[in-house]
Design a protein around this ligand. Structure first.
Ligand code: G3P
Length: 218
């Protein structure tokens, strides 16, 4: 399973990359705004900084909501750096744009996916990644993980190569459940990725080992 970090925060990206297990980065306009990155040229510079920090795919989201706008923005984003994957919203013109980019060999991430039907359409259009938002489904008392299961089944039934990129991942159990279901990628904040490290028995066991070592060295 690939691990992406879901942030525009450069120090979190550096820290996750230093662990040696990071495969890519996803961003969105809200994550950019959270870091105070606004305006087209600042956003573009920020994507370039992220690409310099990591090896791996970096999702860069279009703002346009019509086909022509998405194509023009997406071509510009894809031309910035070979690591860029164009992130396109799951709307009618978005599907047309994904098909257009797929035919041109430009990689895409179909975002804001909340149903298996949407994921099926994205795969048929040739999306590289599909991003179901599991945490936001959980927020409205719907089972986000069930959606990952449904998409996995559909993609396996037909051999679609679109990768399931579980997004809106909030905590360690989301990551573990996605791994068990067979999501291809999770994108999560640094806190959830680092949360995988933690176990109280590891901490107490290590403390005992170090204390015992020190006894022998007195
Ligand atoms: O990148 C999109 C997605 O991961 C957003 O997550 O926590 O805002 O629902 P969240």
């Amino acid at each position: 399973m690939k691990f992406f970090i879901d942030t525009a925060n450069l120090s979190d990206i550096k820290e996750a990359y230093a662990l040696g297990v990071l495969d890519g980065v996803t961003t969105n306009p809200s994550l950019m705004a959270k870091e105070g990155i606004t305006g087209e040229s600042n956003i573009i510079n920020h994507y370039l900084k992220i690409c310099e920090l990591v090896d791996g795919d970096v999702s860069a989201e279009v703002i346009s909501t019509n086909f022509e706008g998405m194509v023009s923005e997406g071509e510009k984003l894809a031309g910035l750096h070979p690591q860029i994957v164009v992130k396109i919203p799951m709307i009618k013109d978005g599907i047309k744009a994904i098909k257009y980019f797929s035919d041109k060999g430009i990689r895409t991430n179909c975002t804001l996916v909340f149903s298996a039907g949407q994921a099926l359409l994205a795969a048929k259009a040739g999306a590289t990644y599909v991003s179901p938002f599991i945490g936001r489904l959980d927020d409205i008392s719907t089972d986000g993980l069930k959606l990952i299961e449904e998409i996995r089944l559909i993609y396996d039934n037909y051999g679609y190569e679109t990768q399931i990129l579980a997004a809106s991942v909030r905590h360690v159990m989301h990551i573990m459940n996605c791994a068990q279901i067979g999501a291809d990628v999770i994108t999560a904040p640094l806190s959830a990725i680092e949360g995988l490290l933690k176990h109280p028995l590891t901490d107490s066991g290590l403390a005992t080992f170090l204390a015992d070592y020190n006894k022998g060295n007195k």
